[in-house]
Write a protein of this length. Structure first.
Length: 372
C-alpha cells in the first residue's frame, strides 16, 4: 500500500508538499481551515519575487533555482520573467557574495547600468547593480491555489476545518469532531505554528506591509524588473497585472495575531515607503497610493526554515514545516521535493533546518538591512 499523510495547512509550503506527495502516489489528506492562499496567511498577497541570490549561501541559491523550474512546470503563466536587479551600496557586500555564488553555480547574472532597466532611477549611492535576468515575479496567490488544486487532481482529499494537534501532533483533531491519523503527519500552519507548537518551536509572527503606487504604463512588468535594495531594507517590482508599482519596507514589523488582527497598513510605514519611492525613482515620487496589503512573516532567528521531526515523536511520523521568514515562495516546491525524501529517510534531512538552540540571527537570506 502507498504511504499515507495528513498535511495541515494550505499556504505555499503545505500546498507544495500535498501536491508533491499526491503526485508520488501517496494517500494525502490536505487540511486547511479557510482556503488555499487566503488573505490572513503569509501566502496571501498577489505577487512575490523569485530569485536565486542568497548572499554567500549556495544551498538556498540552488533550491530557489530548482523552485523556479518547478513553478514553470506547474504553469508558466505564474512566472513573470522580468529579471531581478540588486542595488549594491557596497562593492564587497551581500550582493558581491551572491555574485560569486551564482557564477560558481552557473546561474546567469551580470552587472548592468540600472538606467537601462528603469524609466527613472537614482544611482549615486550605488557601487554596482547586479541583474539576475532569469529571475522574476510570481503570481503568488494563484500559485498556491494551483498547487492545492493539482494535489486534489492527483488524488488528495481536501478538508476544510480547523485543526489542533493531539499526542504531540500524531493525531489531528478537527473542529467538526473528527480525528485524523496517517503514516505521517506534517504541520505546515504558517503563522499558527507558534501557538500550536510553541513548546518546541521558536517563531516571531510579525506584521508586514506592502504598498502599491499608480504609475504610467512604462513601469509595467515584465519591462521593468523586480528589485532589491538589501542594505536599504526595501524591495519591490514593476507594475504587475495593473496593480501598480509595489514597494515593501522590509524592516521587521511588530507582533501580529494571525487570526484576530485587523489588517490595516501602518501610515508611518506608508510615509517611509513613499519617501523611498521618491528617493530611488524620482519620476514617480508623487504617484498616488492605489493599494495596500498586510501580511505576516513567520520569522526564525536565522531566517532559515524549520523542517524537522517533532522531537517527542522518535519514530519520525510527525514533521514541522514552517518558519517561512518572508521567502517561502522562492523555495516551496523545491523544499517539498526534498522533504519527501527526508520523510522516507532516503536521504538525511538538512541540518540547517533542524529544531534547537543553535540558530543565530545573521540576516543573510532576504532583505532586512539598515533602513534608509
Amino acid at each position: 500500500m502507498p504511504p499515507s499523510a495528513v498535511v495541515v495547512g494550505a499556504g505555499v509550503l503545505g500546498s507544495a508538499l500535498a501536491d508533491r506527495l499526491a503526485r508520488s502516489d501517496w494517500s494525502v489528506t490536505h487540511v486547511e481551515q479557510y482556503a488555499p492562499g487566503h488573505v490572513r496567511s503569509g501566502s496571501g498577497d498577489e505577487s512575490r519575487l523569485i530569485r536565486s541570490a542568497h548572499g554567500a549561501d549556495a544551498t538556498h541559491a540552488q533550491m530557489s533555482r530548482r523552485a523556479l523550474e518547478l513553478w514553470k512546470e506547474l504553469d508558466r503563466r505564474l512566472v513573470c520573467e522580468s529579471g531581478v536587479a540588486w542595488f549594491a551600496r557596497r562593492p564587497d557586500g551581500w550582493e558581491a557574495d551572491a555574485e560569486r555564488v551564482l557564477t560558481s553555480l552557473g546561474i546567469p547574472n551580470e552587472r548592468v547600468d540600472p538606467a537601462e532597466l528603469f524609466p527613472s532611477v537614482r544611482t549615486d549611492d550605488l557601487a554596482f547593480t547586479l541583474l539576475e535576468p532569469e529571475a522574476g515575479l510570481l503570481r503568488a496567490r494563484d500559485g498556491v491555489r494551483a498547487l492545492a488544486d493539482r494535489a486534489v487532481a492527483a488524488g488528495a482529499e481536501r478538508v476544510t476545518a480547523a485543526a489542533t494537534p493531539q499526542d504531540d501532533g500524531a493525531r489531528v483533531a478537527l473542529d467538526d469532531g473528527r480525528v485524523l491519523e496517517a503514516d505521517h503527519v506534517i504541520w505546515a500552519c504558517g503563522g499558527w505554528m507558534a501557538a500550536l507548537f510553541g513548546d518546541v518551536l521558536d517563531l516571531r509572527i510579525t506584521h508586514q506591509d506592502v504598498y502599491y503606487f499608480g504609475v504610467p504604463g512604462r513601469w509595467a512588468a515584465p519591462g521593468v524588473p523586480g528589485w532589491v535594495d538589501f542594505d536599504g531594507a526595501f524591495y519591490g517590482m514593476g507594475d504587475l497585472d495593473g496593480r501598480g508599482v509595489k514597494i515593501g519596507p522590509d524592516q521587521e514589523g511588530p507582533a501580529i495575531d494571525s487570526l484576530d488582527a485587523e489588517r490595516r497598513a501602518d501610515p508611518t510605514l506608508e510615509r517611509v515607503a513613499r519617501e523611498y519611492l521618491g528617493y530611488r525613482f524620482p519620476d514617480i515620487a508623487d504617484a498616488p497610493l492605489v493599494g495596500t496589503r498586510v501580511c505576516q512573516y513567520e520569522m526564525t532567528s536565522d531566517e532559515r526554515f524549520v523542517v524537522a521531526p517533532h522531537p517527542a515523536c522518535t519514530d519520525g511520523r510527525v514533521w514541522l514545516l514552517g518558519g517561512g521568514s518572508g521567502h517561502a515562495f522562492k523555495h516551496g516546491p523545491a523544499l517539498a521535493e526534498r522533504l519527501e525524501r527526508w520523510i522516507l529517510a532516503s536521504e538525511p534531512a538538512e541540518p540547517m533546518f533542524s529544531l534547537g538552540p543553535d540558530r543565530r540571527h545573521d540576516v543573510q537570506l532576504r532583505t532586512g538591512g539598515t533602513p534608509l
